[in-house]
Ligand binder design. Structure first.
Ligand SMILES: [Zn+2]
Length: 170
């Protein structure tokens, strides 16, 4: 089943929601439909509804969302690219590497963790970047929520959403 993109009142993307939540928001008059999915219809016994593709809440969400720090989100941030050899990998072929080694007090957070393939991870082991000459391609930092959102969309169903995002400036 296709999903619905939920925006706040200022057209800021909030999250992807399923059709049940989308229709609930609509019927409780908390959101309006901006655009429908073509050819996706939800049928109840006596009516049918076109599935909303994009919905806009009537209220504005002020809170800036932060990206949860976890394994998959680090891979997304690094675009599934080993930060040492620049190779592209699947998530199961990647590991999390502490740039500043854990054994030397390095923390597990956005600014000290990068994606690394198993080979590079083994090669680097618990050495400091300057000692082994292995530096991450990009200095790791916390990703912006909106950039992450678009990056995730680009991995899933990009074709469905690309026209929409191309036509709107975020
Ligand atoms: Zn590598």
């Amino acid at each position: 089943m296709q999903q619905t993109l939920l925006l706040d009142s200022s057209y800021y993307p909030l999250q992807m929601i399923d059709w049940k939540k989308a229709l609930t928001l609509f019927f409780t008059q908390r959101a309006e439909v901006v655009e429908h999915h073509q050819d996706v219809v939800i049928r109840s016994p006596n009516q049918e509804y076109q599935l909303p593709k994009v919905m806009r809440l009537f209220c504005k969400i002020k809170k800036i969302q932060s990206v949860k720090f976890n394994r998959m989100n680090v891979f997304y941030r690094d675009n599934f690219t080993c930060q040492y050899c620049a190779g592209k990998f699947k998530s199961i072929e990647l590991t999390l590497d502490h740039v500043y080694p854990k054994s030397k007090g390095g923390k597990s957070n956005w600014i000290n963790i990068v994606s690394a393939c198993h080979d590079c991870n083994n090669k680097k082991a618990d050495k400091l970047p300057r000692d082994c000459g292995m530096h991450p391609l990009k200095k790791p930092k916390e990703p912006q929520w909106i950039a992450m959102f678009l990056l995730k969309l680009s991995h899933h169903e990009k074709h469905i959403w690309s026209d929409w995002f191309a036509s709107k400036s975020l």
